[in-house]
Structure formats: C-alpha cells, structure tokens
Design a protein around this ligand. Sequence first.
Ligand SMILES: Nc1ncnc2c1ncn2[C@@H]1O[C@H](COP(=O)(O)OP(=O)(O)OP(=O)(O)O)[C@@H](O)[C@H]1O
Ligand SMILES: [Mg+2]
Length: 279
Amino acid sequence: MTGTPILKVDGLAVRYPSRGFRKPPTTVIEDVSFEVGCAETVALVGESGSGKTTIGRAVLGLTPVSGGRVLLDGRDVTRLTGRARRLLSSDLQAIFQNPYGSLNPALPVGRTLAEPLLVDSARSRDEVRAHIAELLRRVGLPEDAADRYPPQFSGGQRQRIAIARAVARKPKLIICDEPTSALDVTTQAAALNLLSELQDTLGCAYLFITHDLAVVKEFAARTLVLQHGRIVEEGRSTDVCDRPQHAYTRRLVAAAPVPDPVLQRRRRQQRTDVEAATA
Ligand SMILES: Nc1ncnc2c1ncn2[C@@H]1O[C@H](COP(=O)(O)OP(=O)(O)OP(=O)(O)O)[C@@H](O)[C@H]1O
Ligand SMILES: [Mg+2]
C-alpha cells in the first residue's frame, strides 16, 4: 500500500457497560489495528459475534469508541459528533445487509437518492434530477424507478438502490456490512459485480464485512480475521483462504460451503481433522 491510507484504525477498543452492580464493562473489541488503502477492498471476516459490525459502526461513529483512534484520510475522526460528523458523509458511507431496513419505504426512490445530493445545496433541481437518472443507470435500474417506492422492488433491486445512495456523493470509503448476505446466489454475484464496477469507475475503497469466505477471495485483495474482538490473522485473501495460518481461520475456511461436492467432502474431512487437532 502506498500513500496515506483512506482508513487507519489504531488500537481500537469498544467496551459496553455490563448490567449488574460493580460488574466490569464487557470488552467487545480489543486493540484492533488495520489500514485500508485508497481504492482497496479489505475483507473483515469472523464468526457471528466476533465484533465485525461493531468495528464498522465504530468507524462510522455509530458506536462510541472506548480506546484507540480512527483516522479517515489521515484525519482523526474518533470523537467527532453532530455537524462535524455529518460533514464526513461525502467521504464515508455504508451499505447494510437489509436494504429494506435502511431505506424509507414511504419515500419515492428519487427522494431517497436526492437527500445526499442536497446536503450541499449548490446543485439545481435539474442537476439533481439528471444525477439521479445517471445513478440509477449506473446501478442497472430503469429511470422511472425514481418515482416508485422501495416496497415495489425485489431484494436485489432494493440493494441496488442502497448502493446508488451510498455512491451518490462519490465517497472515498464505503463500509459494506454483509451487503449481499440476504440475496440469493445469482443476485449476490450481480451485486458484487456492481460494487467492483463502481470501484473501478469511482475509485472508492471498501471495508467488506462478511462471514462468507466464499466471496472473500474473489472480491477483496486483503483479509482480516477477527476472533472474539481481536485480529488473529491478516494477509492477502488468497493466502488467508488457501494457506490459513491460525487454527481459527482454518476452521472458518473448512466451514465455508463450496459448490463442488468432491471439494465439499474434502473440506468436511479437513474440518473433522481440524476439530480433532484442536479438541
Ligand atoms: N449495544 C450493545 N451492548 C452490549 N453488547 C453489544 C452491543 N452491540 C453488540 N454487542 C456485543 O458485541 C459482540 C459483537 O457483536 P457484533 O454485532 O459486532 O458481531 P458480528 O461479528 O457482526 O456478528 P454477526 O456475524 O452475527 O453479524 C456480541 O457479543 C454482541 O452481543
Ligand atoms: Mg454483524
């Protein structure tokens, strides 16, 4: 990686207060450090509850940080709130698993897409309308989608709307938290292709949170493996997936479903071997 990373997370810790008298806080993330380069895709993998979403939310400023720092484009954003935080929205965006939850069902799609564009009011209405048409074209939706409402679209189309909203202001970094997990395999592949194309044209970086190791090798140059809130392994995705070093990563890799039945059988055997070795 060359130049200033778009994201630098340095010694991040997140603790939640425990219920109960004088109980110490629960540590969910501990001493997590990593970087994401400009226009790079870095995958963050780990089993359910390992803290992936918490890291994404801490970067987005949605979860308070208990220790360490988050630097966006070299600037410490760890404790920004209110207006200063909102001003970051052109550089930092998010796509979540459930686009239905993150899109307002009562708002026509065009209005949802106009919101981020109107934050700086320098654009005229015609410019905004033209920009929305261009966004919809880019994500493969018809222009008349602007006048329709989210419930009138399929899950895959709704995710395209969420993607269009995320890229509307050409952010430098998008946190993708399981963006394709709710989609069937074909729709998932199409959404991943779309994200790749947008990265090529817009030059945005992705922190790609997933529990699905099958997509990691195709989609992300580097992978971070999270276990109980700590990074236990990181490296090029091909190395992490094909030659995992840590026993936990080996378990995750062996548990990933594969479409080839022969390979699947071999994986199942590896999984049994790993379990026997770590028992
Ligand atoms: N607001 C909160 N208060 C207390 N604990 C929390 C809170 N939010 C998350 N946690 C805990 O933090 C841990 C990590 O949760 P997180 O949602 O980051 O996991 P994840 O890796 O994204 O899992 P999944 O793959 O299921 O989405 C979990 O043990 C969770 O219970
Ligand atoms: Mg999660």
